[in-house]
Design a protein around this ligand. Structure first.
Ligand SMILES: [Zn+2]
Length: 78
């Protein structure tokens, strides 16, 4: 199962990038797979504070994945 979230880049075009969290964060989020919404995420290994990727659509934008976005995505899926 994959967890896809949409994040706008911070460039002028505000391009929407679809980010596959598991593919992008890899082992750092493997413990979060199949998590229940009632589960306390603080017991799991921390998701990195933020991850910055180059925008896939424009040349200047960056896409920033924050821990809150990642945790919300995993919670919402359960
Ligand atoms: Zn962009």
């Amino acid at each position: 199962m994959t967890t896809i979230i949409k994040i706008k880049c911070n460039g002028p075009g505000k391009c929407v990038n679809e980010i596959d969290l598991e593919k992008t964060l890899g082992d750092r989020v493997s413990a979060y797979k199949g998590i229940k919404s009632s589960q306390d995420l603080s017991e799991l290994p921390p998701i990195p504070g933020s991850v910055v990727l180059d925008c896939r659509i424009c040349a200047v934008g960056k896409v920033i994945i924050t821990r809150e976005m990642a945790e919300q995505a995993f919670r919402g899926r359960a």
